[in-house]
Design a protein around this ligand. Structure first.
Ligand SMILES: [Zn+2]
Length: 317
């Protein structure tokens, strides 16, 4: 926001809550968007389920190619022929998969996730402002262009990342099949390896979904707070056993949006190792931490109308 008259009106509306001080820490912690995370996981699970289905339909055929070879009915003069045969079979899997994935509507589903996350975090922001200053912000302010660039980039990036997962998996399966054959491994071992590869893929997709929700949530939070003239935040973890040591150390400390802290991890042999990466809450891999805004009286600006500066019972805040 950048209108000086509007800003004066906002300052007037929130003045009492600063009680003469230059800063006030938000009352209430922005909730982490677990609902969006769950919804995203459902989508990646279903997407990877299509991969599993297609693979299962083709595994008997692949195993037959092995059996024939093992019983001397050889069609393969050397490993190159086998490699070609494996490629041919996996190509068929890949084409079939492409058809079912095209019908899946991944793009629309990811866009829906971004909508869920956007409205969830806008509601959280509204709640925080209400708790801290007893005023209502206009949600419409955030509905149009406000997050557009960040969200469009996020959607495009996610579609690419998710679509590359089945392709990578098929590549790994080709290696499993070829290596197993060259080492003369029994068929049941190969089937186990293929299933294992699929399980790894599925959990990779789940981690991606988790990480991407925290990434977008972090971006949205930063946009909201900086737009409101917030220069600093208090780091807040989810306070459970999964919180990493580094973030537990940062919990409750105040950082500037211009100067995020450096991440580190603990090793047994070398103690603390700094990674060189600087992150705000939610920017580190799969981080569920959030930023509690520290409002500045001098720079505060919020999307309110003069009517919005009244509390729900009609009295001036
Ligand atoms: Zn964290």
């Amino acid at each position: 926001m950048n209108n000086i008259y509007h800003q004066e009106m906002v300052k007037e509306a929130v003045k009492a809550k600063f009680r003469g001080k230059s800063t006030v820490v938000s009352k209430g912690v922005p909730a982490y968007p677990f609902s969006a995370e769950r919804e995203f996981r459902r989508i990646t699970d279903a997407y990877m389920g299509l991969l599993n289905q297609t693979l299962k339909a083709h595994i008997p055929e692949m195993m037959n190619a092995y059996k024939k070879e093992r019983h001397g009915d050889s069609r393969f003069d050397d490993s190159r022929d086998l490699d070609n045969e494996i490629r041919r079979m996996l190509q068929k899997v890949s084409e079939e998969l492409e058809k079912s994935l095209a019908d899946f509507g991944l793009d629309d589903k990811i866009r829906k996730i971004s909508e869920i996350l956007k409205s969830k975090s806008t509601r959280e922001w509204k709640r925080i402002i209400k708790n801290t200053f007893a005023i209502d912000i206009t949600e419409d302010y955030f509905s149009g262009e406000f997050y557009k660039d960040a969200i469009e980039r996020w959607i495009a990036d996610n579609i690419l990342k998710i679509k590359s997962i089945p392709t990578d998996t098929l590549g790994n399966m080709r290696k499993i099949l070829l290596d197993s054959y060259l080492n003369g491994r029994p068929i049941r071992d190969i089937q186990k390896d293929i299933q294992e590869e699929y399980n790894v893929t599925k959990s990779k997709a789940r981690s991606l979904a988790r990480d991407q929700i925290s990434t977008l949530n972090a971006q949205i939070t930063k946009l909201q707070q900086q737009d409101a003239g917030v220069k600093r935040y208090k780091w807040s973890t989810s306070k459970d056993s999964r919180v990493r040591d580094c973030h537990r150390e940062l919990d409750g400390k105040i950082f500037s949006w211009d100067d995020p802290p450096e991440m580190w991890y603990m090793t047994k042999s070398r103690g603390i190792v700094y990674t060189g990466r600087r992150c705000h809450p939610g920017e580190d891999y799969c981080c569920r931490c959030v930023a509690i805004p520290v409002f500045d009286y001098e720079t505060i600006d919020l999307p309110i109308t003069s009517k919005g500066s009244l509390t729900t019972n009609g009295r001036a805040a």
